[in-house]
Design a protein. Structure first.
Length: 350
């Protein structure tokens, strides 16, 4: 989303805007002089009211609604220039118990958002996805993979549409709701040991600020149906837990509870099939949509020999951070620094 002059103010919609990503991107947008209005669409009026008081900016508009209901999305989308689609059911266990609910929000809800954006002739819509959508083994990942397919199918079938629809995919967003880092800190503050499922489990790590930068990059560079991935280092969950213990100068230990149901030992940000057609943009990968359109002969009778030359972009195979490097990354998070300050621990250089 390129900076414009103040008299060319833009209207932005964030679905699921009361979540961690929505808070962060809203704060950044409010710092710009080219934003005329920010609309937050969500179904939680309590979180909306809290966000209204926390940010206290007249450019904020709150729309009560649910992406499952097309008309509520269409109402919020009218007159919008740019839209972020962040509304989703994200918790793996809850989606496992109620997979149809994941379908209703993550799949059908995303279709509503894409159709409403097209109807309103929004300039650009970016849909937020997750590494769990790559080779998914759980309902959450499967539903997000279908969300990506919905966005990409719009691109394949509407190449000249006014609205550009793209996706971004990232790994664990540190200190977002449901993140393990706040849990670790809460356990330390309660005088408990840290609980870890599998210390050798690896995950990609990204800050909320980096996740917003990825979405901004997609807004500024996307063509129909593109998927963007920000390159990232990974770390083991064991190293992450030890880094938190070290920062808080704790004597706690790590208790291993075992890998949970529907949980992977590693995650992939991109599959080898995607990397075969990916473009390297430095800090990012751009993965364009399949160019075969509705020519089924190309699907059934022609293959791609280049795919065998690539490996998955997986958290087990990319560069892993040491405990020291993980500590440095944690210290870039304002929430971690605030917790250290409350604990009376001075952080030099940050």
């Amino acid at each position: 989303m390129t900076q414009n002059s103040a008299n060319d103010g833009k209207t932005v919609l964030i679905t699921g805007g009361t979540g961690s990503f929505g808070h962060t991107v809203t704060k950044q947008l409010l710092e710009r002089d080219d934003i005329q209005e920010i609309r937050v669409l969500s179904r939680d009026e309590a979180k909306q009211d809290q966000m209204r008081h926390d940010l206290n900016d007249e450019r904020l508009r709150f729309y009560l609604g649910d992406v499952r209901e097309y008309l509520s999305v269409e109402r919020a989308m009218r007159g919008v220039d740019y839209a972020f689609h962040a509304a989703a059911l994200k918790q793996v266990p809850s989606c496992e118990f109620f997979p149809l609910e994941a379908v209703r929000t993550n799949v059908m809800g995303s279709d509503n958002v894409v159709r409403a954006a097209d109807f309103a002739e929004v300039t650009s819509l970016v849909c937020l996805s997750t590494d769990k959508a790559v080779y998914p083994v759980n309902a959450m990942g499967m539903s997000k993979a279908m969300m990506e397919k919905i966005a990409m199918s719009f691109g394949m079938n509407n190449r000249t549409a006014t609205t550009t629809v793209s996706c971004v995919r990232y790994g664990n967003v540190m200190y977002s709701r449901g993140s393990v880092i706040p849990l670790f800190i809460q356990q330390l503050k309660a005088g408990k040991n840290l609980t870890v499922t599998n210390p050798e489990m690896t995950r990609f790590m990204m800050s909320l600020v980096d996740s917003v930068s990825l979405v901004e990059y997609a807004f500024n560079n996307a063509k129909q149906g593109d998927l963007f991935i920000r390159k990232a280092k990974s770390c083991t969950i064991g190293n992450l837990a030890q880094a938190v213990i070290n920062l808080f100068k704790s004597t706690a230990t790590v208790d291993i509870i075992g890998t949970r149901h529907a949980e992977k030992v590693s995650e992939a940000l991109a599959s080898r099939e995607e990397l075969a057609r990916a473009q390297d943009h430095g800090e990012y990968f751009r993965i364009p949509i399949d160019s075969r359109e509705l020519n089924y002969e190309l699907y059934f009778e022609e293959g791609d020999r280049t795919q065998q030359l690539y490996d998955d972009y997986d958290s087990h195979t990319v560069e892993r951070m040491t405990i020291d490097e993980t500590e440095e990354l944690l210290l870039t998070l304002p929430e971690v620094r605030a917790e250290l300050l409350l604990a009376g621990i001075t952080v030099e250089g940050h």
